[in-house]
Design a protein around this ligand. Structure first.
Ligand SMILES: [Fe+2]
Ligand SMILES: [Fe+2]
Length: 137
């Protein structure tokens, strides 16, 4: 589901590692939702979801500080995308996952995978050259 490729690299080691960690958490979410043994996976799904939200917040804070400290002009627009993603994850009510675990879980994973891929490949890529030129790598 989440596969890292060189196209995702922003040529900043710490950020690439954080993006890879987001992929790792995304994959563990995917794995839990994909198990077809009929066992209640509610706790595991919620755990992976919270892990994703917490790590996304950590990563976004890190990225935002880097952009801000370096006077990146598209900072606010970028931050708004981060905030929307966190709000979306935060808005998923526990009962939704409880009621229809598999559908909600899969829907979520598709949303998360699309969002992360899109955001890294478009929005994060926009700061790559700018920050690289400031000597950040
Ligand atoms: Fe970002
Ligand atoms: Fe990012």
């Amino acid at each position: 589901m989440f596969k890292w490729k060189d196209d995702f690299s922003v040529n900043i080691k710490s950020i690439d590692e954080q993006h890879q960690e987001l992929f790792r958490i995304g994959n563990s979410l995917y794995n839990v939702v994909s198990i077809k043994d009929g066992i209640d996976r509610y706790d595991e799904i919620m755990e992976a979801l919270y892990e994703m939200k917490d790590y996304a917040i950590y990563h976004f804070d890190y990225e935002e500080k880097l952009m801000k400290d370096n006077g990146y002009s598209k900072f606010l627009k970028h931050k708004r995308q981060h905030d929307a993603f966190v709000n979306k994850l935060a808005s998923i009510e526990d009962k939704d996952v409880d009621r229809k675990q598999k559908e909600v879980g899969m829907e979520l994973i598709i949303f998360i995978a699309n969002w992360i891929e899109n955001h890294i490949l478009k929005t994060d890529m926009e700061y790559k050259k700018y920050l690289n030129n400031k000597g950040i790598s």
